[in-house]
Design a protein around this ligand. Structure first.
Ligand code: SF4
Length: 177
């Protein structure tokens, strides 16, 4: 029997949520026997595949690349999980929202730089006007809050889904939607 396909992606986040995923320690060996990790920063796959069963999304939607990626991932994923507070509430990346993208870039690349201050006009993707949590951009099936979310919570949600159980969804209203 084919194993369910699991993916993880990283938008505007610090990688701490992925570190917490790895903190499930040797239980990842058990999980590896039950799932195929088809796309993730922890595996060497370049293209997000079609028909993924479960995708964990770390980080908020902050730039045009994030926006394109989350829409593509949603269209190719059965169950989308917002992993961690940046994905769930927009958390730390949204601290720039009151100032706007131009002031944010000026602060990072001009005011806080001693050598060759210059706002890059290539390589980095264009910032969106405001940072948004994943559920404000696409439909999210489950949230795993926390900064970072506890490893046990990540493991429990994945194994409950693999066991065809329904994990307790975190109420969207809690986050103002
Ligand atoms: S929720 Fe916390 S640990 Fe996860 S990406 Fe955001 S800042 Fe990092």
């Amino acid at each position: 029997m084919k194993k369910p396909k699991l993916a993880t992606i990283w938008l505007d986040g610090c990688s701490g949520c992925h570190m917490s995923f790895l903190d499930i320690d040797d239980r990842i060996i058990e999980l590896a026997g039950r799932i195929d990790i088809v796309y993730s920063p922890i595996v060497d796959t370049k293209v997000f595949p079609e028909d993924v069963d479960i995708t964990l999304v770390e980080g908020s939607v902050s730039n045009e690349e994030d926006l394109h990626k989350i829409k593509m991932v949603r269209s190719r994923t059965k169950i989308l999980i917002a992993l961690g507070d940046c994905a769930v509430t927009d958390n730390i990346p949204s601290m720039r929202n009151p100032y706007g993208p131009e002031a944010t870039l000026r602060r990072a690349y001009i005011e806080n730089t001693a050598k060759k201050p210059k706002i890059p006009n290539e390589v980095i993707p264009k910032l969106l006007d405001i940072v948004r949590p994943v559920n404000k951009v696409v439909k999210v099936d489950y949230h795993i809050p926390g900064c970072p979310p506890p490893a046990n919570a990540i493991y429990d949600v994945i194994t409950e889904l693999l066991d065809n159980k329904t994990p307790e969804p975190i109420k969207m209203t809690r986050f103002g939607k």
